[in-house]
Write a protein that binds this ligand. Structure first.
Ligand code: RFL
Length: 392
């Protein structure tokens, strides 16, 4: 089989790219390892930035999120010094989040793509990209029966995440990987329970960070800072709820709405950026291009932004013979990625402190307290926060 653009991965990056290419008449094929049902139900992100919604609007891909998503604009910090709220929707640029579960966005994108005649092969795993240094790259794949075959393309878009075939196919030294392991882990939870507060909740507690994020009226995401290496099922549901209640100050601020934990996964907090985001005819977008710690909810938003930039560049080249957009692609995306990394890192340091009783830990914790205090009291700090929190 052949296509002008073979897209690896049907996540937000791959499906936005597929939709935009399809709408411009560029011949493309999406190759996805999982089956369609898995793609439609994988719960992950949920907070879409205003710019992400503008991009999806521009291409007629936002109908579902306008119908079923909910606007969100308040976050609450809970610390040993008390709690405070930031109505970030009326600070900074006055932008809000749209809360829309990622699997619903992916489902909308997939439906739209297939209705427009877009081609996608599910249960087909990309094994490697070969010949990316030339003008006729190929993707070796294993079809649903495990049979190997080859797809040839003019360009391959690596949208297959951090463990995908695109990253694995980069020859040593071709691309630089900037990498930071934050040494922290979160237990990410989905609870079958309504949200416990009408805000994003960030609890900074001596026992560790805890987070609360609305998803739908029936399902809420929580995070608990968790010991690195500990199995996801090490804690009972009772222990999880008790720990969430403790760190979030439920005794003082109101009980949490408890319910069955329907999903749990350990996330080791790591960040990386590949530079450049291109190796010959292989282009990277989304988590394949850069991994962000989930502290500031930037990953899915960057994926959509990069997919739009990449689609424009590919259309310019394939439909109009103008390769300048592709030459600029990496340099155009990297400043957005690094700014998102910087803010995510700032959030991480706001939310976590070293736990030891040694002088250095105490110093860092005092700094963190000062940082929170300045966020609570300084209008210019709040404007800065709001601008970066909702922006990409
Ligand atoms: P995805 O969504 O991981 O999609 C990649 C797709 O590629 C497929 N694949 C392959 N297909 C063929 N051959 C192979 N060899 C393949 N290897 C992989 C996979 O099956 C999959 O379908 O990447 P994409 O499109 O780059 O999108 C990135 C986002 O999904 C990611 O950044 C966010 O989910 C990160 N993230 C969050 N981002 C936000 O903006 N806001 C949030 O609130 C937020 N919360 C989160 C998150 C990520 C989380 N996890 C699980 C890492 C919460 C969590 C718990």
């Amino acid at each position: 089989e052949t296509a002008d653009v073979v897209i690896l991965g049907a996540g937000p990056a791959g499906l936005v790219l597929g939709n935009l290419l399809q709408a411009s008449g560029v011949d493309c094929l999406v190759v996805e390892r999982a089956d369609a049902a898995q793609v439609r139900t994988r719960a992950r992100a949920g907070f879409l930035a205003a710019n992400t919604v503008r991009i999806l609007d521009r291409h007629g891909l936002a109908e579902g999120l306008h119908r079923r998503g909910r606007e969100h604009s308040v976050c609450e910090f809970r610390t040993q010094d008390g709690r405070f709220r930031l109505d970030y929707g009326s600070l900074g640029r006055g932008e809000r989040h749209t809360v829309y579960p990622q699997q619903e966005l992916v489902t909308d994108l997939l439906t739209h793509y297939q209705d427009a005649g877009g081609r996608i092969s599910f249960r087909t795993e990309a094994v490697a990209v070969v010949g990316a240094d030339g003008s006729r790259p190929e993707v070796t794949v294993r079809d649903p029966d495990g049979r190997p075959s080859r797809l040839s393309a003019r360009y391959v878009a690596g949208c297959d995440g951090r463990h995908g075939a695109a990253r694995r196919s980069l020859p040593p030294g071709a691309v630089r990987r900037h990498h930071l392991d934050h040494g922290l882990s979160w237990l990410g939870l989905l609870a079958q329970a309504p949200p416990s507060l009408d805000a994003v909740g960030y609890a900074v507690h001596p026992g560790g960070f805890a987070g609360h994020m609305a998803r739908t009226p029936e399902v809420t995401r929580y995070y608990l800072q968790y010991q690195r290496g500990q199995a996801a099922d090490a804690w009972s549901e009772q222990r999880i709820w008790d720990e969430l209640a403790l760190r979030m100050g439920a005794a003082e601020y109101g009980a949490l709405h408890r319910g069955p934990i329907v999903q749990r996964a350990v996330v080791d907090l790591e960040s990386d950026v590949l530079e450049p985001l291109r190796y010959g005819s292989l282009l990277l977008a989304g988590d394949a291009a850069a991994l962000l710690s989930p502290s500031a909810a930037k990953g899915a938003n960057l994926a959509v932004l990069e997919a739009e930039i990449l689609a424009d560049a590919l259309v310019d080249d394939l439909a109009h013979g103008d390769a300048r957009g592709l030459e600029r692609y990496s340099a155009q995306c990297l400043p957005y990625i690094w700014r998102a990394q910087e803010f995510s890192q700032w959030m991480l340091r706001l939310l976590h402190g070293p736990s030891g009783p040694d002088a250095e830990s105490l110093f860092h914790n005092a700094l963190r307290r000062a940082r929170l205090e300045s966020l609570r009291t300084s209008r210019s700090q709040q404007d800065w926060f709001a601008e970066h929190y909702v922006g990409v």
